[in-house]
Write a protein that binds this ligand. Structure first.
Ligand SMILES: NC(=O)C1=CN([C@@H]2O[C@H](COP(=O)(O)OP(=O)(O)OC[C@H]3O[C@@H](n4cnc5c(N)ncnc54)[C@H](OP(=O)(O)O)[C@@H]3O)[C@@H](O)[C@H]2O)C=CC1
Ligand SMILES: CC(=O)C(=O)O
Ligand SMILES: [Mg+2]
Length: 422
């Protein structure tokens, strides 16, 4: 077994299994404490919540609690390994929620025989959470599932693989293209993958200025073009009138490659054919479409990003979902709308241009990091993400009318220790 594989297994197994635990927030030492925490005292908040459901925010952890829910049908780039096998990723999302945004989360892995069964299961438990983060649910089912749950729930429901990924990709792309001396409006874009993440990323890039006719999207059957039959409506939105049929055809002269598909699908020959200063976001996890070492060897002019923590330019939804939910929870937003997503894109994009704090340099064992080819986007350990994205999202929620509370008096957040504002 490789050292890296053993280290990853040991990390998850030792000294206790898993990565998350639950902690107490109130005293429980004495009979008096227990009489408050449990019977008889617990009956009082029950009565208050029955009288007014909003009291759940006052007397329970609901307001700082997100359910991370998956059916295990698209676990990273590993495919459909089932609900139970998705648990390490879902626990991992919980780690990131807590570490970066002070949000409590519980992972729920649902064995559902149909999208409707999944929707019914989630809708029935939704009320007790502050928000619902859907994760690793494959396309096209994920689109119907998210839409139905948004309609049925009055708390934020957010499919992270779609929107978290799209927000971070758009922020990184705007910066990468600027460094490459190109404009999103003119860029020819190849998107490998036509699933949850790929469709959402391309939609958001179009909202940010990319031209749909400049995007060539591919799935397992090759280029998605107007002559193809059997396309689902989400893929059909990106069908182009072209005689290109393969990645080899599509990549010729392309400015941008976005990979949200599977490991090793881009070869040295493919990247060789791209335009000068190519932007390559090989974002499949854990193994990207092309290894960054190979990409740089073949194309020293590449601006390269992956979804991984062990290479520069980590384009990964971890830069989005913890802070987006933090902002949404703190104003009790009923949903996460387009205005909040666009605000997150700009906050993330702009932060990359500021000097990097020493704590980030220490965490990455670097002498320096600054806006450029190897730093197009902030790193997840940058505490300023909590301040900037959270504030921008909360403000956008207030301005766009989906907030049920005013902009928080305790903002901007400087640390996860400040999230309760006490
Ligand atoms: N860096 C990041 O932050 C994120 C990265 N991702 C990565 O994106 C990938 C896709 O995830 P997601 O969208 O949730 O999954 P989906 O199952 O919804 O979509 C997968 C897509 O990839 C395509 N695909 C898979 N294998 C191939 C292949 N050999 N050739 C061409 N196309 C292929 C599928 O094609 P078809 O439609 O024909 O089946 C499908 O369109 C994963 O690897 C995941 O790790 C996802 C979210 C965030
Ligand atoms: C990062 C992530 O959510 C994924 O690869 O699915
Ligand atoms: Mg995911």
């Amino acid at each position: 077994m490789s050292d890296a594989r053993q280290a990853a297994l040991d990390y998850h197994a030792k000294p206790i299994p898993g990565k998350l635990s639950i902690e107490l927030t109130k005293p429980t030492a004495t009979a008096k404490d227990l009489a408050l925490a449990y019977s008889p005292g617990v009956a009082e908040p029950c009565r208050e919540i029955a009288r007014d459901p909003e009291n759940a925010y006052r007397y329970t952890g609901k307001g700082n609690l997100v359910a991370v829910i998956s059916d295990g049908s698209a676990i990273l780039g590993l495919g459909n390994l089932g609900a139970l096998a998705s648990k390490p990723v879902m626990e991992g999302k919980g780690v990131l929620f807590k570490r970066f945004a002070g949000i409590n989360s519980v992972d729920i892995e649902v064995n559902a025989e149909s999208p409707q069964a999944f929707i019914d299961t989630v809708a029935r438990i939704a009320d007790t959470w502050g928000g619902i983060n859907l994760e690793d649910i494959k396309a096209p089912e994920c689109f119907e599932i998210e839409q139905a749950l948004i309609e049925q729930c009055n708390i934020p429901v957010f499919h992270d693989d779609q929107h978290g990924t799209a927000i971070v990709t758009a922020a990184g792309m705007l910066n990468a293209l600027e460094i490459a001396g190109k404009r999103l409006e003119d860029a020819s874009i190849v998107c490998m993958g036509a699933g949850a993440a790929a469709i959402a990323c391309m939609k958001l890039l179009v909202s940010c200025g990319a031209r749909a006719e400049n995007i060539v999207m591919l799935d397992r059957r090759g280029v998605i073009h107007t002559e193809r039959d059997g396309l689902n409506p989400y893929k059909a939105m990106f069908a182009v009138d072209t005689d290109k049929r393969t990645l080899d055809d599509a990549i010729d002269g392309a400015d941008v490659f976005v990979g949200l598909s599977g490991p090793g699908l881009m070869s040295a020959d493919h990247i060789r054919k791209m335009a000068p200063n190519p932007v390559v976001f090989a974002c499949t996890n854990p193994d990207p479409e092309i290894h960054p070492d190979l990409a740089r060897e073949v194309r020293p002019d590449v601006i390269m990003a992956t979804g991984r923590s062990d290479y520069p330019n980590q384009v990964n939804n971890v830069l989005g979902f913890p802070f987006i939910f933090r902002g949404a929870l703190d104003v009790r937003a009923t949903r996460i709308n387009e205005e909040m997503k666009v605000a997150a894109v700009h906050a993330l994009k702009d932060l990359a241009r500021e000097p990097v704090p020493q704590a980030v340099l220490d965490a990455y064992e670097k002498e320096s990091m600054s806006f450029g080819r190897d730093y197009i986007i902030p790193t997840p350990v940058d505490v300023r993400l909590l301040e900037r994205i959270t504030s921008a999202v909360a403000q956008a929620a207030v301005d766009s009318g989906v907030a049920r509370r005013p902009y928080p008096a305790h903002y901007p957040l400087k640390s996860v220790d400040d999230v309760y504002g006490v």
